[in-house]
Write a protein that binds this ligand. Structure first.
Ligand code: SF4
Ligand code: MG
Length: 347
């Protein structure tokens, strides 16, 4: 079926006194109905900026300078702010690290969910309240018919994030952008919240862009993974391919150790060096100063995404298509070596 979210060659620049800095530089991906795309990478890779661009909430001085974003069949990156505000409320749900970004501390949680439901449906006040109770039950809030009248501060961190998930689902959005949704939670409740998010989105057919630096969360929840580095996608593909059999040297480094959620927070494996600053992105492959496999071409020519593999879930040859794997690394470019691809043996 047609993708819910299509991002094509997205480019975001930060306009600064130092000039126009490329925060996102040619990012393409799709997310299908009921599918969770995990977007992972170190701090500064451009994960959150990509999510903010999709929802039309880029912080200044960020600005979309190229590419297209489509929600279903509608192009949304060119919508006027007022139209985009309605798209956000009705068709895109948002879950952030801090539940209090989404919840107003001055209103009972039920009022907030009921208001969202009534804004987006024709339900009566009574029917909307019943629906809100159902949603709270669905996200695992005990005694929802009583807790619906509680204020956000009366809920624990984990319960509050469940309320946010209920709120995000209240308008029955096609897409949810979840940015570090469990990072602020106790390790013991992270897995519960991720499992809940995964189940609900599958049940409701909601597409999810799950932004996190936590490989444990990705391994637990995502159907597909995009590994970002320095404003580009280094590797994208089905979870079983990218996590168990990563190809890009950066992805291989990241997957070095993936503790499961139940064992504790899955921080990214240490790769010597750090993400380049926007003012000093290396020429060629931005990862080359840190790459154990660097060779001559890497220092001068930027690698473009190359379709790879025919593992389960792999279809077609368009790097951005659902189910397809792609890797932006010269090691996998057969043309470079006259079709022989001598470097492309398993790393
Ligand atoms: Fe490493 Fe070169 Fe591949 Fe970049 S293109 S990841 S430097 S081998
Ligand atoms: Mg972030």
């Amino acid at each position: 079926s047609a993708p819910i979210l299509t991002v094509r060659d997205l480019r975001v620049a930060f306009e600064t006194r130092a000039g126009s800095l490329p925060a996102i530089d040619g990012v393409s991906f799709e997310i299908g109905r009921g599918e969770i795309l995990g977007v992972v990478g170190e701090s500064g890779a451009g994960k959150s900026v990509t999510g903010s661009a999709v929802i039309g909430l880029l912080d200044p001085p960020g600005r979309i300078v190229g590419g297209e974003i489509h929600l279903g069949t509608e192009r949304i990156d060119t919508l006027p702010p007022e139209r985009m505000r309605r798209v956000r409320g009705r068709r895109i749900g948002m879950i952030f690290q801090d539940p209090l970004t989404s919840l107003d501390p001055l209103y009972r949680v039920g009022e907030q969910i009921v208001e969202t439901i009534r804004t987006h449906t024709d339900l009566s006040a009574r029917a909307a309240r019943n629906r809100a109770v159902d949603l709270l039950a669905e996200v695992g809030i005990p005694a929802p018919e009583r807790r619906i009248d509680g204020y956000p501060h009366e809920f624990s961190g984990g319960m509050r994030q469940r309320v946010v998930i209920a709120l995000a689902l209240a308008a029955e959005p096609e897409l949810i952008i979840a940015d570090e949704p469990t990072t602020a939670l106790d390790v013991s409740v992270q897995a519960q919240v991720i499992t809940l998010l995964k189940r609900l989105c599958r049940d409701h057919g909601t597409a999810v862009m799950l932004v996190t630096h936590d490989m444990g969360v990705i391994a637990e929840a995502a159907d597909r993974v995009a590994v970002m580095y320095s404003g580009r996608i280094a590797e994208i593909g089905p979870i079983e391919s990218v996590v168990r059999n990563p190809r890009h040297p950066y992805a291989i480094g990241l997957m070095g150790a993936i503790p499961t959620l139940t064992q504790g927070a899955g921080r990214l494996a240490q790769i010597p060096g750090s993400m380049p600053r926007l003012t000093a992105i290396p020429p060629g492959c931005a990862f080359h100063p840190r790459c154990p496999k660097v060779f001559g071409r890497c220092r001068v020519e930027r690698p473009e995404p190359i379709p790879v593999g025919t593992e389960p879930g792999g279809i077609g040859t368009d790097p951005a298509r659902i189910g397809t794997s792609a890797v932006a690394c010269h090691l996998y470019d057969a043309d470079a070596a006259g079709g022989a691809a001598p470097h492309a043996e398993p790393l």
